[in-house]
Ligand binder design. Structure first.
Ligand SMILES: [Zn+2]
Ligand SMILES: [Zn+2]
Length: 578
């Protein structure tokens, strides 16, 4: 995979010297998604998460964005594994891509490993992965890494905060977390355990989730959403019900199922990842839906509408998802009709807002009632808000602090919160993707930079760079104008064989367009004839002249900047610098 060339960061292979411990941030610091950090102890590298990001609207045609693996590739012999803090795509979704290039040990809770394994299997690289399942509060040693795992609450079950006991003291990584005092599975964030760690060992460096640092107050408990869902379901007796949520949000699925079953409904799962995750979570005993109340989508015609509750993927407006297909009338299994009630039990993650709006509009046009978090309490965030961050800071009381997991504004606000909680500003380093910090006896310092460009995946092609996206944006906004110029060179003589032919798409149409193309052709003819009489003979120099002439013409006459594609036939091949 190639890098785009947005920055001039030079790769830095220098590892920390002696017993220094270095943390390299490869993704997730400056955006929501593609979380990936590397921790170096005794010249070995352990990753903390390896996730992907979903593209923004301006990343024309891109399917996924990965962390930049350049530095990991250059140091592949030192990379021993990945700690998967929890099972979200922005933390585990890129492991399969890294496994294309190197073998890895993958460490996580059984559910996290189960979710990661499904993804890795889909990419066909299972053989290169070795899985290490760890339980709550377990402490294990892998190579030089002495790691301890503390339970945290989040929007997927069985997430961890990870303590690395290093030669330079404890580095605590919060993982994605919230302080839910009444979680669906009663598994609380282990504040007592983290408190012991902070008191007994002391936390030298704290890396903490910043996603909701700008949101005041405390987040809602997941169970508070359950009662709201139950009320909504009860009030819609006799109508067909479709609920969309994240397939990994097992507790949300549980609460939807509970509300459905209490109202004489049968649960039907829809969407590949929903089917897979529900099956996995039931096998692991993390999801309780009795066999009598769970049916396959194939059986949907056997169940009366009023007894049906479909739990579907597509809450983020993903165009190929089950819900998006319902909105366009292309779903194979069901057609939305008047009176259907659809609940989007989610909140759009940045970049997905337009897609979600499109799906909601489509469903409304088909006569459905659509309920989402803007109108009802059908979603609770999985990330700690400002007051929860303060609680954790008050317990951890770190010597040094680096905010992680967030846009830049989230991380700077988190730094402010940490200062408020007693960490001196000169002991807080706000980092971005590609930067690193080194911890040693003297404290924490910035280390060298490594490449951390966005790596775009489009279909199966993994080496799409920024220039391709720039071309797509130009084509998308102003179209293209091409010009074909046939010339003949015989000895010292060169002639233009025909009037240049102008071809355009997405530029101008109709009579006005015909006139513009005719005028352009004449200008290019004049420019080419004068270039030929000046002795220009190579394709490269002639194309450059045509591009300049045509570009100027198009801009003067239409104020547009389409892509200009000159094609000179019959000229000599010269070198690019001719
Ligand atoms: Zn995350
Ligand atoms: Zn998460």
């Amino acid at each position: 995979m190639a890098n785009s060339t947005k920055s001039d960061k030079k790769p830095s292979n220098k590892s920390a010297s002696g017993s220094d411990v270095r943390v390299v941030f490869l993704g997730g610091l400056g955006e929501i998604g593609r979380n990936c950090a590397a921790i170096e102890v005794d010249n070995q590298i352990m990753l903390i998460d390896c996730g992907l990001m979903f593209p923004d609207d301006d990343m024309a045609g891109v399917d996924l964005v990965l962390p930049d693996f350049t530095w990991l590739r250059e140091n592949a012999d030192r990379v021993i594994g990945v700690v998967a803090t929890h099972g979200h795509e922005d933390h585990i979704g890129a492991i399969g891509f890294l496994l294309d290039e190197m073998e890895l040990q993958i460490i996580g809770s059984p559910l996290t490993i189960g979710l990661a394994r499904n993804r890795i299997e889909e990419r066909g690289v299972l053989k290169k992965a070795k899985f290490i399942e760890v339980s709550d509060n377990e402490r294990i040693q892998v190579g030089p890494f002495d790691m301890e795992f503390f339970p945290v609450t989040h929007s997927v079950p069985h997430g961890f905060a990870t303590a690395f006991h290093t030669p330079q003291g404890v580095i605590l990584h919060s993982g994605d977390f919230k302080l839910d005092m009444t979680p669906v599975d009663q598994r609380l964030t282990d504040l007592a355990g983290i408190g012991h760690l902070a008191k007994d060992d002391g936390v030298r460096l704290f890396l903490c989730d910043s996603t909701n640092a700008v949101s005041p107050g405390f987040s809602d408990s997941e169970t508070s959403i359950g009662s709201s869902l139950a009320d909504i379901v009860q009030a819609r007796k006799g109508r067909r019900l479709i609920v969309a949520c994240f397939a990994s949000h097992i507790h949300r699925v549980q609460q939807v199922a509970d509300a459905a079953i209490a109202n004489d409904r049968i649960v039907v799962t829809l969407g590949r990842s929903m089917n897979k995750n529900v099956q996995l979570a039931r096998q692991m005993g993390l999801l309780n839906i009795p066999d009598t109340h769970l049916r396959k989508i194939e059986d949907i015609d056997d169940i009366a509408d009023e007894n049906l509750c479909i739990i579907s993927t597509g809450s983020q407006g993903e165009p190929m998802s089950a819900l998006a297909r319902m909105a366009t009338g292309d779903n194979k299994w069901l057609t939305i009709q008047d009176g259907d009630c659809i609940i989007l039990s989610s909140h759009p993650i940045p970049g997905n807002e337009t897609g979600v709006t499109r799906v909601i509009d489509g469903l409304l046009r088909k006569g459905a009632e659509v309920i989402d978090s803007t109108t009802h309490r059908v979603h609770a965030t999985g990330h700690a808000k400002a007051e929860e961050l303060k609680v954790l800071h008050s317990i951890v009381q770190p010597e040094w602090f680096v905010p992680v997991h967030g846009e830049y504004r989230h991380m700077t606000e988190h730094a402010r919160i940490a200062t408020r909680m007693g960490t001196s500003p000169d002991r807080i380093i706000v980092c971005q993707d590609g930067q690193s910090v080194v911890l040693n006896e003297d404290g924490l310092k910035r280390g060298g930079d490594v490449p951390a460009e966005y790596i775009y995946v489009d279909g199966t092609v993994g080496d799409l760079d920024e220039s391709v996206l720039a071309e797509r944006r130009t084509l998308g906004t102003d179209g293209f104008v091409s010009c074909v110029i046939p010339i003949r060179i015989e000895g010292p003589n060169a002639t233009l064989l025909d009037l240049p032919e102008i071809i355009s798409r997405g530029w101008v149409h109709g009579t006005e367009g015909d006139q513009l193309r005719k005028d352009a052709a004449h200008q290019i003819r004049d420019a080419v004839e004068s270039a030929l009489s000046d002795g220009k003979r190579t394709r490269q120099e002639l194309e450059r002249i045509v591009r300049r002439t045509l570009g100027r013409f198009v801009n003067n006459r239409t104020r547009l900047r389409p892509m200009i594609v000159p094609v000179v036939l019959g000229a000599h091949e010269g070198n690019e610098d001719a």
